[in-house]
Write a protein that binds this ligand. Sequence first.
Ligand code: MN
Length: 201
Amino acid sequence: MAFEKVALPYAKDALAPNIGADTMEVHYEKHHTGYTSNLNKALEGTEWANKSIEEILSNLDALPADKQTAVRNNGGGFYNHNLFWVTMSPNGGGAPSGELADAINSAFGSFDEFKSQFAAKAGGQFGSGWGWLVVDGGALKIVSTPNQDNPISQGMTPILGVDVWEHAYYLNYQNRRPDYISAWWNVVNWDKVAELYAAAK
Ligand code: MN
């Protein structure tokens, strides 16, 4: 069965002005569709076509050698954007609560300190990539990855990610990646992140 990208859980203009409808249109309909169809093409006819994307990204080295690069890039792009869409919401922003809030305070000192460290990591990723909040051996950590690499391939479980490829912000923010990250906090769906944290820890 072919991989299918998640349905967008809100309208394409719903995250504006933080992320505009024009960016959402191209990002969801063109970029994410491209990663998904290229992943399906790469896996077609292999035993990996019916495995979960998590299993595939955890075992890239076990794939046929001539498929590894395509699956790393496009499987990552498929998975990363699925997570990105569902961890944003027009009703997002604010701060987490409950167990996730406690874990963030305990790992980083405070929510503001977490935001500052996360923005620095994501903002400092050279070139294209992602900033992540991950669960690693039960502990929360902030990491970044280049291109479409995903922390799953390093044994970690991502629960929140921000896309810092220029295609994610250039129409709205041009070269101002820090402004994009600042605005992105306004749409983070902390209820969803808390759900992913509970499942991963
Ligand atoms: Mn993207």
